[in-house]
Design a protein around this ligand. Structure first.
Ligand code: FHN
Length: 420
């Protein structure tokens, strides 16, 4: 009797929820899992690689519109090998990979039924999105998709946005049901045709197809680096910048390894120091880093970019414990160091700029019990009234970023943010 009435009550509650249209959101567990990944690969690629100019933005500029829109007829990147791209991500210590399935130029890297302007219309005739999804699954990398809501190729985007949004839903249904992305990276929300209401409509549609897929904050009309008014989506996306220290809201900085998002011959590439300091400062702020490479017109990634990523992976092989699955803070990153924490460990990432002595404020209710380089020698420290003084040896383990692990007498994640 009781079981029957409980079942009846559950049905009533469920129908109330449906009736009340309580917005469906991404489960916290899915977002926490995403933030624990810390480091992903962003890939901007398409027929524009034939010209080495910026994807989308060079259409009608450096590349006349008519020429740009016909590049796909020459696009035949025969050296494309999804396993090689995924290996480059894995060797870098990256845990997820995000491909521009469709950028603002409207070209689709998968065999969509919604427009002939897709990879099957090129001499290449291979499902790039599908091959990458399979390679990611095979190699334990989480597969993610970049999808623009802004489309400079499809006239319906401006002239019949309602029809355009229905086409977008059909494209998203193909992408979600065929490739099961872990995360969706929307983009292009700043132009007039797009509204917050369209963003909410697409977010709810995506959630109806996959409740757990993580969605960035570029479906609404809010600002990218924060979650606030106008936001539609799960996490903030500061761009080409290290996000502000924030351990409350999820966020991910997207930054290029070179200057351009898409491949550019002889583009300036970041030094290893810049790459490692960027990753460490983002993690120290509590965020993820989505680090972008632009593959070449023949389908290969530049050897120098792959080599740089591999060097980042070698650093992470040694010190990844202080990056993956950690919480940012409790101090804001600065030019000398960045801090992360996990359980009773507080990790100090000390850049070569730091002097021989590090001064930290008191850690509120916690004390340092032990200090050593991560997987290395003990480090001398003393607790004073004003705070903690750490004396570094002249020789540090790493010329770019040495990691000190402070073992505390309690959970470091309980510390509030502390001004240094
Ligand atoms: O216009 C795009 C740009 O091409 C690139 O895709 C970046 C990546 O975050 N997003 C837009 C600029 O904010």
């Amino acid at each position: 009797m009781l079981k029957k009435s409980l079942l009846k009550l559950a049905c009533i509650l469920l129908s109330c929820q449906a009736f009340a249209q309580i917005p469906v959101t991404t489960p916290k567990a899915a977002l926490n899992d995403f933030m624990a990944q810390r480091f992903g690969m962003f890939i901007h690629w398409g027929p524009v690689a034939l010209r080495g100019t910026e994807i989308g933005w060079s259409r009608g500029g450096e590349v006349p519109t008519g020429e740009y829109d016909n590049l796909y007829k020459e696009f035949n990147p025969v050296l494309f090998n999804a396993d090689h791209w995924v290996k480059a991500a894995r060797d870098a210590g990256m845990k997820y990979l995000t491909i521009t399935a469709k950028h603002h130029d409207g070209f689709c890297l998968w065999p969509t039924a919604q427009t002939p302007y897709n990879i099957m219309g090129s001499p290449f005739k291979r499902d790039v999105v599908g091959e990458l999804a399979a390679a990611c699954r095979k190699n334990g990398i989480k597969f993610c998709i970049y999808f623009t809501v802004l489309d400079w190729y499809d006239a319906d985007y401006k002239n019949d946005t309602h029809k355009f949004v229905n086409k977008m839903k059909a494209e998203l249904k193909e992408l979600i049901t065929k490739y099961h992305p872990y995360m969706l990276w929307f983009d292009g929300n700043w132009e007039k045709p797009w509204t917050k209401e369209y963003g909410e409509e697409i977010y709810n549609y995506v959630k109806s197809l996959d409740r757990n897929v993580v969605v960035n904050n570029r479906l609404g009309k809010g600002k990218h680096p924060e979650l606030g008014n106008g936001t539609v989506g799960d996490y903030a996306t500061p761009e080409q910048a290290i996000g502000a220290l924030n351990v409350k809201d999820p966020w991910e900085s997207c930054i290029t390894i070179c200057n351009q998002w898409a491949w550019k011959p002889n583009d300036k590439m970041k030094s290893l120091r810049q790459c490692i300091e960027t990753l460490v400062k983002v993690a120290g702020g509590g965020g993820n880093l989505l680090f972008n490479v632009g593959p070449m017109l023949d389908g290969r990634m530049e050897a120098r970019q792959v080599a740089r990523l591999k060097e980042m992976g070698q650093w992470l092989n040694k010190y990844g414990e202080s990056i993956y699955g950690t919480m940012g803070g409790p101090f804001a990153p600065d030019s000398a160091m960045a801090a992360t924490r996990k359980g009773n460990k507080l990790y100090l990432h000390v850049f070569s700029k730091a002097g021989q002595t590090i001064h930290l404020p008191q850690l509120e209710h916690l004390k340092v019990q032990k200090a050593s380089f991560l997987k290395g020698q003990p480090v001398s420290f003393r607790e004073e009234k004003e705070g903690i003084v750490i004396t570094l040896p002249a020789e540090k383990p790493d010329s770019i970023c040495s990691v000190i692990a402070l073992e505390l007498n309690g959970n470091a994640e309980t510390l509030p943010l502390i001004k240094k």
